[in-house]
Design a protein around this ligand. Sequence first.
Ligand SMILES: [Zn+2]
Length: 139
Amino acid sequence: MVSSSVDVSLLEIIKSYGDDGQCLRFLEDRRWPNGPVCPRCKAKKVYRLKAVDKFECSSCRYQFSATSGTIFHKSYIPLSKWFLAIYLMFATASRVRAVELSRNLNLPYKTAWYLRRRIETAMKTGQLSMLESLWKQSD
Ligand SMILES: [Zn+2]
């Protein structure tokens, strides 16, 4: 496991990404630095649907959020737990075991095992690069 340089503390992670809304805003900023774009038809005219915390495309009516098409897509595991798990897996030099994730994140063992596996795969394929600023301070 690659242990990248981590210069953000666990406390900061909890403070900044402790709730799912904060995590979603972070993903939106990373994914669409110039404003949201419809993943289906690439239209830039989209509306925020506040009630469901999603966007709707004005041309094709597709509803999407920053998690669409990512490892977080349609996951029943809260985003804040994903973020914490990713942080723990990057911050720890030794391999984080599923049992530790289960205990730290208050998740059933099977869920923690699945989570760890998904994150490991995503790390290998570079899917998590957009989250790098989670644990690396930008200047
Ligand atoms: Zn569209």
